[in-house]
Each structure stands twice: as structure tokens, then as C-alpha cells.
Design a protein around this ligand. Structure first.
Ligand SMILES: Cc1cc2nc3c(=O)[nH]c(=O)nc-3n(C[C@H](O)[C@H](O)[C@H](O)COP(=O)(O)OP(=O)(O)OC[C@H]3O[C@@H](n4cnc5c(N)ncnc54)[C@H](O)[C@@H]3O)c2cc1C
Length: 444
């Protein structure tokens, strides 16, 4: 009997986790074909490469020997999937070849969404999303040179430390009235902005970029209202969108990304989607959403891989989690921050610097979201990020502990422990296997 054939499109985090999970389960008893337009590497570590903290090779993930060990029989590296015939179960590649599949994983990630303005594709103007873009910047940046970052959202903040560490003079241009507009509220944004400015980073909010010109080997950025700014390099970090264009005409149901059920199955038989490209269950709201972050790509990949290997696993849903360190100021937010019906409390302190806002919904009984800013060296800021995230994740009613959190939002530990959060989170692993007490695991 012919072996089952899995085709995986994309070579990032979701794909790697799906491939390893398939092999964990079937031990090699299937064909896996990989199509990826880039050699597999981790995007998330690119800021560390830019900062000079890791070498280029450390960004690479699935190399030839590892692919062979995983029994990936055919690799189409450097090739793009260009269309899908979901009825014939066939993927077409950009070299004209066609791949038949029994099941297909779409793990094509997302790409920068660039503003449509003149000069956005000119020399010295680029997003920071791929390894070649990181290479170009590493080669170009010299201490003292001026960099304009267009956009002051999550991705911009992940690169900020590396740029400052390289000794560049950095200015952030944000069209919204505040920085991190999808991640923090006005008070959090004010604290982040003050902190950056105190550390020499220029912040311009409400700044609408209209065009970029090349002037004497430099870039000139023109803002609405006639203001201008000159820079040696421009980094465009204005958001991302899922890579779904190649599926146009396939009949697969789309929202913002590929709509999938809790098993990561799309509307087409045998077609799964995982990671940045998937619009999947949001654990807090119960609706579907795109959560373009690394841990979600890992979990999606695990669930999709298990189901492709014949199991029947469901994902409990993901939480939008964003955590960045901006020059030693830790900024984190997770869960539902835009829920108009949620009740919230906020508190701020000066020494050590800290701010937090907690959101309660579900009759005001569940913690459904949090914004937290604190010094990275303040152990409690970091610990509380983990505990508040656990409380949101568990979704358990807070009962009497809500009053305590209301009274003193800096005292999270008691609510976390008393609410039994760990026991609620740990009974099973992401694949739905019971988690075992450490002492029960032995060599036999
Ligand atoms: C600078 C930076 C910093 C980040 N920092 C963090 C962080 O701190 N925390 C966090 O949680 N997340 C972070 N992320 C986001 C994280 O990297 C992504 O969420 C994660 O990579 C998503 O994994 P994925 O497998 O869905 O997609 P990707 O890793 O993007 O992989 C998709 C692959 O598919 C390829 N592909 C696309 N279309 C096709 C096609 N038609 N045919 C063949 N191949 C195709 C792509 O080129 C890519 O190689 C960061 C991202 C960047 C760029």
C-alpha cells in the first residue's frame, strides 16, 4: 500500500513543529515533502543577530542532516507554492512542478504590510522580516548613523534594543496617537515613550509618512504637514498580513487568515493551516483570530501534525501575548484588551517604575487581559507577567481573590496560588496527553 503523503508548504516554526510531531507519532511511516521559498530559519532571533549577540548560522533551523533524520523525502527549497487545486489535492510550484498530497499543511506565515507611498521600495528602505533584510542592515549600520523606524508596534520594539546597541541614532515615527497602539493603553504608552526619550530615542506620534525621497545618498522622509526628517536607513514596521494570496481561487474559506477549526483543519478536505497564516480559536473570546506569534505557531504545528498523523487532537485556543524589552523596560500585554464590556483597574508606581491594568469580563469574574510595564531587573514584574498570563489562560473565576486584586494589583501571587491556577493549567500537555508527576517518569 502506498505510504500516506504529507505536503508541507513553508519552513518556519509551524512547519517544523508539524514535521517533528508527525515523526514522533508515525516513526517514519509516511512521506513528507517540504516546499519552502527560504532555507528554514527563525525570524524571532533576527534581532539578536542584528545586535551581534548571535552569529548568522545560529538563526538557521532545519538543515539538510536534520531534514534527512526526520525522513523528509523531498525538499523543494527555494521554491514557492503558487496555486492549489483542493479538489484534485494538488499543489503547483513556481517551477511548473505539481505535487499530489493526501494532506497538506499551509504554514506560509505572514509578510510585512507596507504603506502604499512613493519611495517605500527605494534603496535603504526595507522591513526587518527576513534574513536577507537583516543581513543588509547588519552590513549597513555604523555607530552614529541615523535610522528612522516607521511604525512603533510590537515588531519595531523587538528591534529597538539591537539598533540602540549598534550605536545608531533612532527615531520612531508612528501614525497613531501613541506608541504600541495594539499592545498598551494611553498610560502604558506614555511611560514607554518617556522611557525611550530619556534614553535618547526620538518618538514622533501622530506622524503620517507621505513619501520618501533619495537625496545625496540618504533618505528624506516627508510627513503630512510638510515636516521632514533625514535618515541613513529606514526600517518599515507597519504590521504584517497572512501569506494567503497563492490560495486565491482554491475555494478555501478565508477571513483575515485561513479559517480553521480547533483541529487546525480548513474548509477543504485534507488541508490544514497553522501559525501566522491561520485564523484559529482565540481562547479568551471563543471567536477566531490571527495571533502572529511564535508560541502559537508552535502549538498549531503540534496539533496539525498530530492530526495529519491520524490522531484527533483539538487546540484549546491561543491567547494574544506580546512581550518586549525596550532598553530594560519590560512591556507585556495579553488577552482581550479591546473588549468594550470589560471592567478594568489600573495602578502606577514610580520606584521601581511600574504600571499595570487588569481587565475582567465574564460577569466581571474572570481575568481576561492585562497590560504590565516594569523594569526588567524587577523580578516581580517578570514573575507577575507569568502569573497574570496564567490567570488569563486558566479562565477560572477569581471569586474572593478579585477583591484583593482590585485593592492591590501588585499582589498577584496570592490570587494565582489560591485560585489553583497551576493545577488547572497542568493536567495535560498541548497534545492532550496527561501530564505526569516528575517522580513517576522512569527509564523503563
Ligand atoms: C524581527 C521579528 C521579531 C519577532 N519577535 C517575536 C517575539 O519576540 N515573540 C514572538 O512570539 N514572535 C516574534 N516574532 C514573530 C514570529 O517570528 C512568527 O510568529 C513566527 O515566525 C511564525 O511562524 P510561522 O511558521 O507561522 O511563519 P514563518 O516563520 O514566517 O514561516 C513561514 C515560511 O513560509 C515561507 N513561504 C511563504 N509563502 C510561501 C509559498 N507560497 N511557498 C513556499 N514557502 C512560502 C516563508 O518565506 C517562510 O519561510 C518575530 C518576528 C520578527 C520578524
Amino acid at each position: 500500500m502506498a505510504r500516506r503523503r504529507h505536503v508541507i508548504v513553508g519552513g518556519g516554526t509551524a512547519a517544523i513543529n508539524a514535521i517533528t510531531t508527525i515523526r514522533e507519532i508515525d516513526g517514519g511511516d509516511s512521506e513528507i515533502l517540504l516546499v519552502a521559498d527560504e532555507k528554514p530559519y527563525s525570524r524571532m532571533v533576527l534581532p539578536y543577530y542584528l545586535a551581534g549577540k548571535i552569529g548568522r548560522s545560529h538563526a538557521m533551523t532545519l538543515g539538510g542532516p536534520r531534514l534527512a533524520a526526520l525522513g523528509v523525502t523531498t525538499t523543494h527549497l527555494g521554491r514557492r507554492a503558487v496555486s492549489l487545486d483542493a479538489t484534485a489535492k494538488r499543489v503547483a510550484l513556481d517551477d511548473g512542478s505539481q505535487l499530489d498530497y493526501d494532506d497538506l499543511l499551509v504554514a506560509t506565515g505572514s509578510s510585512p504590510a507596507l504603506p502604499e507611498i512613493p519611495g517605500i521600495d527605494g534603496p535603504g528602505v526595507r522591513p526587518f522580516w527576513t534574513l536577507p533584510q537583516a543581513d543588509a542592515l547588519v552590513g549597513e549600520l555604523r555607530p552614529g548613523c541615523e535610522v528612522a523606524m516607521v511604525g512603533a508596534g510590537f515588531i519595531a520594539f523587538t528591534i529597538l534594543n539591537a539598533l540602540v546597541r549598534r550605536g545608531v541614532r533612532l527615531t520612531l515615527l508612528e501614525i497613531a496617537p501613541t506608541v504600541l497602539p495594539h499592545m498598551v493603553d494611553a498610560a502604558g504608552a506614555r511611560i514607554a515613550t518617556d522611557w525611550l526619550e530619556r534614553h535618547g530615542v526620538g518618538v514622533r506620534t501622530g506622524a503620517r509618512l507621505e513619501r520618501i525621497e533619495q537625496v545625496a545618498g540618504r533618505r528624506r522622509l516627508w510627513l503630512a504637514g510638510g515636516e521632514r526628517l533625514d535618515a541613513d536607513a529606514v526600517i518599515v514596521a507597519t504590521g504584517v498580513r497572512p501569506n494567503t494570496e497563492w490560495l486565491r481561487g482554491s475555494g478555501i474559506e478565508m477571513g483575515q487568515g485561513i479559517l480553521v477549526d480547533a483541529g487546525l483543519r480548513s474548509s477543504a478536505p485534507g488541508v490544514y493551516a497553522a501559525g501566522d497564516v491561520a485564523e484559529a480559536l482565540d481562547r479568551v473570546s471563543g471567536a477566531r483570530a490571527v495571533h502572529a506569534i511564535e508560541p502559537v505557531a508552535m502549538e498549531h504545528g503540534r496539533i496539525a501534525g498530530a492530526n495529519m498523523a491520524g490522531q484527533d487532537r483539538v487546540h484549546a485556543g491561543s491567547i494574544a501575548v506580546n512581550i518586549v524589552d525596550a532598553l530594560d523596560l519590560e512591556i507585556a500585554s495579553f488577552g482581550a484588551l479591546q473588549d468594550a464590556g470589560a471592567e478594568s483597574i489600573a495602578a502606577e508606581k514610580e520606584a521601581p517604575l511600574g504600571y499595570r491594568r487588569l481587565f475582567f469580563a465574564g460577569g466581571g469574574e474572570r481575568l481576561t487581559g492585562a497590560i504590565i510595564l516594569g523594569m526588567s531587573r524587577d523580578l516581580w514584574a517578570t514573575n507577575d507577567v507569568g502569573m497574570l498570563k496564567g490567570l488569563v489562560h486558566s479562565g477560572a473565576p477569581l471569586g474572593a481573590w478579585k477583591a484583593l486584586l482590585r485593592r492591590d494589583p501588585w499582589d498577584v501571587k496570592r490570587a494565582f496560588v489560591a485560585n489553583g491556577t497551576i493545577a488547572r493549567l497542568l493536567p495535560e500537555t498541548v497534545l492532550g496527553r496527561p501530564s505526569l508527576p516528575a517522580a513517576s517518569v522512569t527509564a523503563s
